[in-house]
Design a protein around this ligand. Sequence first.
Ligand code: FBP
Length: 552
Amino acid sequence: MSEFLIARRQYAPQSPVSLTALEASSVSEPAIGLDATDPAIAALFPQMARHPLLKISQNDAAASGLEPLTKKTSLRVGAVFSGGQAPGGHNVVAGLYEGIRKLHPDSTLTGFAGGPAGILKNKAIPVTPELIATFRNTGGFDLFGTGRTKLETPEDFATCARIFTQHDLDAFVVIGGDDSNTNAAFLAEYLLETGHKTRIVGVPKTIDSDLRGPFTETSFGFDTAVRVYAELIANIAKDSQSGKKYYHFIRLMGRSASHITMEAALQTRPNVALISEEIARDGMTMSGIIDLLADVVIRRGNAGKNFGVVLVPEGLIEFVPEMRALIANLNEVISGHQDYMDSLRGFTAQIEYLAGRLSKESAATLATLPLDIQRQMIMDRDPHGNVALSQVETEKLLTELLTSRLGELKSEGHFHGKFSCQTHFLGYEGRCAAPTNFDANYAWSLGLTAAGLAASGHSGYLAAVHGLTMTPDRWQAWGVPLVSMLTIERRHGKDKAVIRKTLVDLEGPAFQLFMNSREAWAWDEHYQFAGPIQYFGPAGLVDRIPVSLSVQ
Ligand code: FBP
């Protein structure tokens, strides 16, 4: 163990008293109305449709008439990581373990290895106090591992039920994003309907911060990941400002929503940060985006500044209208001819085959893209045959198109500066960093909340910890019915019940702050040196929270 990890082990995550003294707390149904469940959702989830909101709080049990959470018999709980890694996952498990053992000292926790597939294959890992001590406050999901197998068919649910019975589980906790929690809702409904005793609790995980809800201001992992990116962006900005010869185009992870890019921009103040949601709202084409970037480069060039920093969200191309249409058309055509496409050797054969099958508009859009990007869009596909958007090097697409536009403008006498660029992708660098104090506390509190919900006998709930702009002792612990977060969306030509991804709110205070600042950032160097995450030292440094959260 490194000196850092040894020292970091000593950090005692913070939580409100309702969670630190979970055994003396109880679960109530406060008279706060959630939006009425969509009738189509209620029809799909008859067992869960009328689930009330739950709150975990400290009560005078005698006065309130509520049962304290403490148990006379031990609890048996299972847990799994599902989907992409996010800093804080180990603290969720540590909080959950601590919580169930507070409620009964003989309670047990069993992890399943490698994500949801580990449940189906019954790859059980017993959690021990030694394991928890080793992993607490560390990044990564290596305690159990993770995976992206989806549990969505009745056969999957029946297998889960069998495995849960085999382990005699009272409750099972899914630590996952929107898709995983959607599937958790279906699993909970199945178990309730079949009279199975195992209750299902979800925990909001994803660096993308797109799983938000009535009492979920962000997911755990977002803060740490962005702070890692912000440190690196600030270093690159310093380099750019020192050498004064490169534009740096930095693509940032975040599958769809631009929360990471916006938060990184608020922390570092780059010259340009593209926000996909705004681009979609304004119907901006790729050519429009290149015009915007060219304008910044030309005006900075006129002031003798041939350098700068541009942030690009990973999901950008999906929000650009003609690219969105191209992706949809490619997905449709490729999925209809997947076996034949796979049998064709090489890009040239595949693109020739596709040429006659794409719509006229899509073929024209595809032809405007650099060859490398065409290759990535056609040949890199996810397991479902769809374009693997996260593999498309959008930052290179932008710099290639921009270089060619600036070349034209130069030959027409409209651009007198120089344009040299470097491209970067920041993603995996941030997903397994040691959690910040904020994420360590938040994830720990979510784990304790999940323990309280698991013990209370409720199923189909998302653990939620609210009031995150306050100090952890003032946070509140809730159980939000998963049905209240579900909505019907059309996916792959079919209506599906899903937890909707929360995109950047263009009317919200964080975007407004960004919008009101960005004009100044474009022309002058307002770069803010974010520095590395601080784990030891003054509260002002170690207990920071995301800017976008603090302005809510
Ligand atoms: P989750 O939604 O599962 O948390 O994953 C988020 C994410 O980190 C995205 O930001 C990124 O696009 C994707 O995972 C990358 O996935 P993979 O690890 O499969 O390459």
